[in-house]
Design a protein. Structure first.
Length: 371
């Protein structure tokens, strides 16, 4: 029986599996998802105080739709032999969907091992456990990008936050349009900014900054820099500066290999590439998975057609900033923005236990946020 192997159990992997199962129908096609975790981790919620709540058992999604789950981490992809090796398993494939996500690039500096992060469930649990029950916490957050700002907003509920950013502005990759609103929210929260500055040491719980400042902190949280899974390097194909594989409009890398989510550099429209976000990983999964199945079953392939780009940046007690379009024009702030954020965070939870519901949602590639 032909086999699709999907590597990764995040947004891209899970939706690849569900959407491939939807195209499979009654055909003979084995679909295997390989990922080390028993649970799908909803990474966008990892800055919250109870990260454990932002996980979903993979068995409750995959079992109802007839997808097998191999719990292992893939170490090797052999494109020529069409097989992957994962913790003693060797799985041959007819089509492969690489959906192994991204990871934080940790710095090489004194005390690096003491840094906290919210990149993985383990990292987020470690930070949450460290802070639980403490009052008047002093935190240093390194990186004022999307993740750094969300962590800052949350930690500002707990006490003093010093936000460190190498660029001369906050949200350097978010563009100019939302910056005044971000600055206003940070002012409201009393967040101290050290711009044009970086962390040089975290040893002994003291954040030493490149401007000479030293801050004794309860937690130093590193959020700067994300790179695609190193598995991308095992596919002989061009990669972008984030390590993402170049894909065509069907999300095919080459031959039998497709890629989706944070490992794929896909065009979102004529002028823009997809960003590493669950917003794009989900429709990418809903494109790569069915295309892998369709390719094997002799059916037409579909194009990657994401919904219009939006962002919603949570800033703790200051609410959230909802923006529309690639220029990130602010559409809602404060409590109104937070209402939409809650709606989005609720929507990213996949349905469980109900094959019909899972497969129906898997068919909705274009699924805009209605605000
Ligand atoms: C704190 C934070 C806040 C965020 N906020 C937002 C937001 O508001 N909106 C938004 O759209 N995006 C947000 N993101 C980004 C979003 O979480 C990612 O872009 C998204 O999770 C990418 O989905 P993915 O499926 O490609 O990868 P992931 O969700 O990272 O999933 C990757 C999967 O691959 C598995 N895997 C990794 N290596 C291997 C291996 N060797 N073998 C097998 N399996 C492997 C992992 O265990 C995991 O199951 C945020 C991220 C963070 C960390």
């Amino acid at each position: 029986m032909p086999r699709i192997v999907i590597v990764g159990g995040g947004f891209a992997g899970v939706w690849s599996a569900a959407a491939a199962a939807r195209v499979r129908g009654p055909a003979d096609l084995r679909i295997t998802l390989i990922s080390p975790n028993e649970r799908m981790v909803l990474r966008p919620r990892m800055y919250e105080p109870e990260p454990e709540r932002a996980t979903v058992p993979l068995s409750r999604i995959l079992e109802p739709i007839g997808v097998e789950h191999v719990r292992a981490a893939v170490e090797e992809i052999d494109v020529a032999a069409r097989l992957v090796r994962a913790g003693g398993h060797v799985a041959g494939y007819d089509r492969l969907v690489l959906a192994a996500g991204s990871r934080l690039v940790r710095p090489d500096l004194p005390g690096a091992e003491e840094l906290y992060d919210v990149d993985t469930l383990d990292g987020a649990n470690r930070l949450a456990a460290h802070l639980r029950g403490r009052e008047s916490v002093t935190s240093v957050v390194v990186g004022a990008g999307f993740t750094g700002l969300e962590v800052t907003g949350e930690l500002a509920r707990r006490g003093r936050v010093v936000l460190v950013e190498r660029a001369g502005v906050v949200g350097p990759d978010l563009g100019e349009a939302p910056r005044p609103a971000i600055e206003a929210a940070l002012d409201e929260l009393g967040v101290e900014r050290r711009l044009g500055t970086t962390l040089v040491s975290a040893a002994g719980g003291v954040a030493e900054l490149s401007d000479g400042t030293r801050v004794t902190a309860d937690a130093i949280v590193w959020t700067a820099g994300l790179e695609a899974s190193p598995l991308t390097a095992q596919i002989p194909a061009p990669r972008d500066r984030l390590g993402r594989l170049a894909v065509d409009r069907h999300l095919r890398v080459r031959g039998a290999v497709f890629a989706a989510g944070d490992v794929a550099a896909a065009r979102a429209d004529a002028g823009h590439y997809a960003v590493q976000s669950c917003q794009h990983a989900t429709p990418m999964g809903k494109t790569a998975g069915p295309n892998a199945a369709a390719d094997l079953l002799g059916l037409p392939l579909i194009d990657f057609t994401p919904a219009p780009y939006v962002t919603d940046l949570a800033l703790g007690a200051a609410g959230a900033l909802y923006t529309r379009g690639w220029d990130r024009v602010v559409a809602r702030t404060g409590a109104e923005g937070m209402e939409i954020k809650r709606w989005i965070m609720n929507r990213i939870h996949p349905p469980v236990d109900d094959a019909e519901q899972i497969l129906a949602l898997a068919g909705k590639v274009y699924n805009p946020v209605p605000f």
